[in-house]
Ligand binder design. Structure first.
Ligand SMILES: Cc1ncc(COP(=O)(O)O)c(C=O)c1O
Length: 531
């Protein structure tokens, strides 16, 4: 049933007895849903405009907000929007030729894990906004209100000065990150990573006579879309045709045991870590300042680290005095069931970068967290005009980011979303393993928390990957069933073959099952697997 049909059928009926007592029949607002997103509730617009009732509504099971008191546009009203999008918007990561025959997808509303597009079709989002971002789910009025309140009080001043939410969020964040003491604000994951590269380079110039300037990165990892972060990414299809790229970035081998480069070895984790040390010794330890790694590789294939890997990596960094930069842009702020992915592996990083889940997409914010020892390297010589970190991003001074991030963090704590992520993550990976028994095309299942992947292969014995078109067909089939899942794409030639699952941390058991049931059906439809 489309949204508009449900709205029409819901008019005249309210589920909340409490609310019925408060209603005054002036006119209907038909756009609110309860927290499950399943019911469209008619609420009096006037009731929503009354400050007392508004407050009650905002904190009640049925959430009305000032902004959504406007009626939701109908499909015919949205037609010009789709045409404007087709005519003028250049979408990210998208080949546009198809839009000469089909409509671009435009989403108009979200609640929890549910999304509605401009045709009124409902989707269950198993991908948190396409790229592991909307950790606390759609439609969070309290985040919107926190941002609104902050913006009308004080929206912006360059981050050379402080802000109230900026100071408060830094303090709250660092409580979750023992050993780290300073937060540097930026706007995107790429930018946060590039800030660290600049810090490492400046440390090299000021404290190592220009040596220790190289930065190691790992095959299959991704660190961003700018030229320097592409130079530091192990995904050739992302960087192809964008060269020449900045120099001084050196690749180390991946750690995906399913695709072992060393044959069948007893301790793959230690072997993969040793491969990093081989690169360090080849390049010369005194030329290398830092290594940048994802705790669990995301877009490169959802690669959970093999046993023993991180202990060795940490030890290698310590022995060769190489700073450890952990890219938590995907794993950070709850995705893996801990605040940060690195906290599963006992890692002691020198830098941690984060972005997507920090404010769940309600505002643009990214952070670099680092130690006081690193920070001190930038204030040791106040007389030297070049001694401090001479870097700025205009919008890192926008107070909406930390205001949204504070409320996002409160939600994760109050709703115990880390525990939910662990429980629902168990269910998700368990369901995927059951699918693996039914579908020969699933060669490997990997993941941690609500961050899972299923690698598709033509042949389990040879592990020959399936083609990207078939992987995309699985995604399209799920989409036609009203479920959004993703896949690694245009990253590693021949190996864009891992389905990705990363629902919001508020996911319920029923929603997890719907995601994997749709995948089950899609795999059957595309590969005619035995069931
Ligand atoms: C691990 C990782 N680091 C960095 C980035 C770049 O983040 P952004 O797109 O916010 O620049 C991404 C984006 O997907 C990512 O997956």
């Amino acid at each position: 049933m489309t949204r508009w049909c449900r709205q029409a059928s819901a008019l005249g009926g309210l589920r909340s007895a409490d609310l019925i007592g408060l209603l005054r029949p002036i006119d209907f607002y038909a756009g609110a849903r309860d927290e499950t997103g399943t019911t469209v509730q008619p609420i009096l617009a006037l009731l929503g405009r009354d400050p007392v009732c508004y407050e009650w509504l905002s904190h009640s099971r049925i959430r009305g907000t000032r902004s959504n008191m406007n009626a939701i546009p109908t499909p015919s009203e949205l037609r010009p929007v789709i045409e404007a999008d087709r005519a003028h918007v250049w979408h990210h990561l998208t080949q546009h030729k198809a839009f000469e025959r089909t409509d671009p997808r435009v989403f108009v509303e979200g609640r929890g894990l549910r999304l509605w597009d401009a045709d009124g079709k409902e989707y269950l989002d198993g991908l948190s906004g396409g790229v592991w971002t909307v950790n606390v789910g759609y439609g969070r009025a309290s985040i919107a209100e926190a941002v609104r309140d902050q913006l009308v009080r004080m929206n912006y001043f360059a981050n050379s000065a402080g802000s109230v939410p900026g100071a408060r969020f830094a303090e709250r964040l660092l409580e979750k990150m023992p050993g780290l003491d300073r937060v540097y604000y930026a706007n995107s994951g790429s930018e946060a990573n590039e800030k660290v590269f600049k810090m490492v380079r400046q440390i090299a110039h000021r404290h190592h006579g220009g040596r220790k300037h190289k930065i190691l990165f790992r095959e299959r990892d991704y660190h961003g879309t700018t030229l320097a972060t592409l130079a530091a990414s192990g995904q050739p299809q992302r960087s192809a045709q964008y060269g020449p790229l900045p120099t001084g970035f050196v690749e180390v081998p991946h750690c995906l045991e399913y695709r072992s480069q060393y044959g069948s070895v007893a301790n793959y984790g230690e072997r993969a870590a040793r491969a990093i040390e081989e690169v360090i010794l080849r390049e010369g330890p005194d030329t290398i300042g830092a290594i940048c790694l994802e705790p669990v590789t995301a877009g490169g294939g959802v690669i959970t680290p093999p046993t023993g890997y991180w202990e060795q990596v940490q030890d290698i960094c310590r022995r060769h005095r190489i700073l450890l930069h952990i890219d938590e842009v995907v794993c950070g702020v709850g995705r893996t069931g801990k605040w940060f992915g690195y906290q599963h592996y006992g890692i002691k990083p020198d830098f941690v970068t984060m972005a997507k889940g920090v404010a769940s997409g309600y505002a643009a914010i990214s952070c670099v967290a680092t130690s006081e020892a690193i920070f001190d390297l930038f204030k040791d010589d106040p007389e030297d005009p070049l001694s401090y970190f001479r870097d700025i991003s205009t919008f890192a001074g926008c107070a909406s980011g930390p205001a949204a991030a504070l409320e996002n963090m409160r939600i994760i704590e109050d709703e115990k979303l880390l525990a939910n992520t662990l429980a629902m993550g168990e269910r998700l990976i368990g369901n995927l393993r059951t699918l693996q028994q039914r579908h020969d095309v699933i060669g490997d299942v990997r993941g941690i928390g609500l961050f899972c992947g299923a690698e598709l292969v033509r042949d389990r014995a040879t592990r020959e990957p399936v083609g990207e078109k078939e992987v995309q067909a699985v995604i399209a089939d799920c989409s036609s069933q009203g479920v959004i899942i993703g896949a690694t794409n245009r990253s590693i030639p021949r190996f864009n073959n891992t389905l990705c699952f990363s629902p919001a941390l508020v996911a319920t058991a029923e929603e997890i099952d719907r995601i994997t049931n749709a995948t089950d059906k899609a795999l059957t439809n595309i590969f005619s697997s035995k069931r």
